[in-house]
Design a protein around this ligand. Structure first.
Ligand code: NAD
Length: 295
């Protein structure tokens, strides 16, 4: 029937929990193998101050570690602690042979210099992948621990491409956001996957036109429902990294998910999209760091 040609196609929901399951199983098997040899992977989480969101994120990470048999210990410092106190703790963890991964939960209180604190984390234990060495290795295409959220975004995209019997190579990818922890590393990973990459940021002109050209949209602007469904190229895949709590208590992302229905080919939900991959990747990085140091 000719009329069916214009029927919008259903938008696939890219369920992060489902997509993360094989990675979690792989990590659990690697932990079991290490434990059989008497090696217990361990993660140290440093949290400074009482940021409510950080408390929730750290709680989720500790729970995920425990479920996989990774020992994770939280070091919680008072918000008023000095640069020297925080750096000393991280340096002590760096020198502790029993610790495989160190995660400094961001944001840090404003009086602290993030760069100085992160500089205390050696590349071999940089399971968040935010350190200068790790980011440099990513930019150079050298081996190293990759940042968790960007690596999680790539796992979702690889899953999407594999389901369709396609490749990411040659696809036009738009990354919205250029932060150190999401936008820039995602763009580098997409480039490594042979996508043609555009990076949009707060000074970009005509975001709608850039979105309309993209086969892949990774939204990491940190702005609730910034990207309208009507901007999207029909059939595109949309990875919504943003997460925002609205005044009614509900959560939303950077994309107008409802407006994207029937336009996007596939989209990640918020919550339950990128978040589960971020945590699963952190656990995988911790085990990889353990294997590399203690194999
Ligand atoms: P950020 O504030 O550091 O960076 C936002 C970037 O978006 C900046 O580079 C800015 O130039 C760009 N931007 C802002 N407004 C824009 C606009 N109108 N058009 C185009 N670009 C614009 O944020 P971030 O740390 O990269 O995080 C982005 C979002 O992702 C936040 O909502 C954050 O909560 C979320 N996040 C989620 C996870 C997860 O695991 N799901 C992990 C990290 C961050």
């Amino acid at each position: 029937m000719a009329g069916n040609m214009s029927q919008p196609r259903a938008t696939v929901r890219l369920d992060g929990r489902e997509i993360a399951a094989p990675l979690r199983q792989h990590t659990a098997a690697a932990v079991a193998a290490l434990r059989q040899r008497g090696v217990v992977p361990s993660l140290a989480v440093v949290r400074v101050g009482d940021d409510a969101a950080s408390q929730i994120y750290v709680g989720a990470k500790l729970k995920a570690a425990a479920a996989l048999g990774i020992v994770a210990l939280e070091h919680h410092l008072p918000a008023a602690d000095s640069q020297g106190a925080v750096e000393s703790l991280v340096a002590a963890l760096a020198g502790d042979d029993g610790i495989d991964g160190i995660l400094v939960q961001l944001p840090l209180p404003r009086h602290l210099d993030v760069e100085g604190v992160l500089a205390q984390v050696p590349a071999s234990k940089d399971v968040d992948g935010f350190g200068l060495h790790s980011l440099g290795a990513l930019a150079a295409g050298a081996p190293g621990l990759r940042p968790c959220t960007p690596a999680g975004v790539m796992r979702i995209l690889e899953h999407w491409a594999a389901e369709r019997g396609e490749h990411l190579a040659g696809k036009r990818a738009l990354v919205i956001g250029r932060s150190r922890i999401v936008g820039k590393p995602v763009a580098l990973l997409l480039l490594a996957a042979d996508c043609t990459v555009t990076i949009a940021h707060s000074r970009s002109v005509d975001l709608a036109a850039l979105v309309a050209e993209a086969d892949i949209v990774v939204a990491a602007a940190g702005s609730p429902r910034l990207i309208r469904g009507s901007w999207l190229r029909p059939g595109s895949v949309v990875i919504d990294v943003g997460i925002h709590r609205l005044s009614d208590g509900s959560l939303c992302g950077d994309v107008d998910t409802e407006g994207a229905q029937g336009v996007a080919g596939a989209i990640t939900p918020v919550p339950g999209g990128v978040g589960p991959l971020t945590i699963a990747q952190l656990m995988a990085n911790t085990v990889a760091a353990c294997e590399a140091r203690r194999a």
